[in-house]
Design a protein around this ligand. Structure first.
Ligand SMILES: *Cc1c(COP(=O)(O)O)cnc(C)c1O
Length: 343
């Protein structure tokens, strides 16, 4: 038998392994058929998440791509449009699902350096009521976006503007818990202003699978039709919901460690002259690596048991399977490599 390699994996916070305690919760989960709403563990998770974030109701689904798409399809109909950042996951990284499956036209708008969309842009892109235009229905924001935290006063202004103009608001909150922990505010506070929010349990929170969509009861009920149509109606899903519930109960406050580790990693790498390293706000940051160094660096890191998506613009991500010791090892491996490297 070959020995199992424990990689230090900085590609994403989706790579975490369920802990023993999480696996125990999964093994012990009481289950039923969730398409009949019979799964007590799924029902408990949905109620718990809704209460935690201050919404009426919640829906568990297999992925964040699906909870976002369900939200877009419930807010918008055929021929409607939603305003969204150029860099947003729902626009750029979800296969064009809103357009393909929802007949919803995205109106992408430039993101500013801090991840926000200018209020003046939001206002300018809302279409007048005229048969030439798609009907602008929704503003969708993302927090954190590329690891950056949107400011609370910005969110208040953007969501108020949207509501005043008759638009609904959706938050892609894949990593919203990181934003809350970073600002030391509650999960209820950080989602204020959004009619609906999608939260990933399978990112930094450490569950193996799943997201929740939160919103008004009638909205969630309507959304369940789309979830079924999209193939997201799961049966004895309590096994997964138990892991998600465990993640929400135990892994929110500890995200602060991931933020600290990202800061330490960035500080360590910034000592290397060849690199241009960004300042992390949460658990994600970017660095520029000379193009000629990328392939040999990637091989060098792999030899040291380190996985990273190395490229001229590299994203590094910390998570609950990255320890302080791992951070030191990664900095040392980068330093070793660049000691000998000449352009
Ligand atoms: C990961 C992610 C999602 C959803 O991704 P899934 O892999 O489908 O769960 C949505 N938005 C953002 C910003 C994400 O990072």
């Amino acid at each position: 038998m070959s020995e199992k390699i424990t990689w230090i994996d900085l590609r994403s916070d989706t790579v975490t392994q369920p802990s023993q305690a999480m696996r125990a919760a999964m093994a012990a989960a009481e289950v039923g058929d969730d398409v009949y709403a019979d799964d007590p563990t799924v029902n408990r998770l949905q109620d718990y998440a809704a209460d935690l974030f201050g919404y009426e109701a919640g829906m568990f689904a297999p992925s964040g791509t699906q909870t976002n798409l369900i939200a877009l399809m419930t807010h918008c109909g055929r021929g409607d449009e939603y305003l969204v950042g150029q860099e947003a996951h729902t626009y750029k990284y979800e296969g064009g699902g809103a357009a393909v499956l929802g007949s919803i036209q995205p109106q992408p708008i430039a993101n500013q350096a801090d991840g926000s969309i200018l209020l003046s842009d939001i206002e300018a892109y809302i279409k007048p009521d005229d048969m030439h235009f798609a009907r602008t229905r929704l503003l969708a924001l993302e927090n954190t976006i590329g690891g950056r935290v949107l400011k609370q006063d910005y969110i208040a202004a953007a969501t108020s503007l949207a509501h005043a103009k008759g638009l609904a608001t959706h938050l892609d909150g894949a990593r919203i818990a990181n934003a809350a922990v970073k600002q030391n505010i509650s999960l209820r506070e950080v989602v204020k202003g959004f009619d609906t929010v999608s939260v990933c349990l399978s990112k930094g929170l450490g569950a193996p699978v799943g997201s929740v969509l939160l919103g008004p009861k009638a909205f969630i009920e309507q959304g369940k039709r789309w979830r079924k149509m999209l193939g997201g109606g799961m049966r004895q899903a309590g096994v997964l919901a138990a892991a998600a519930h465990h993640a929400l109960e135990h892994n929110v406050q500890r995200l602060a460690e991931d933020h600290e580790h990202a800061a330490l990693l960035a500080q360590g790498l910034a000592q290397i002259d060849a690199l241009n390293v960004g300042s992390p706000q949460t658990n994600i940051f970017w660095l520029d690596i000379p193009a000629a160094a990328c392939a040999p660096l990637s091989a060098h890191l792999a030899e040291q048991g380190i996985r990273a998506s190395i490229g001229p613009r590299t994203r590094l991500v910390t998570h609950l399977d990255i320890s302080r010791t791992d951070v030191d090892k990664v900095v040392a491996a980068f330093k070793n490599f660049f000691q000998d490297w000449r352009a």
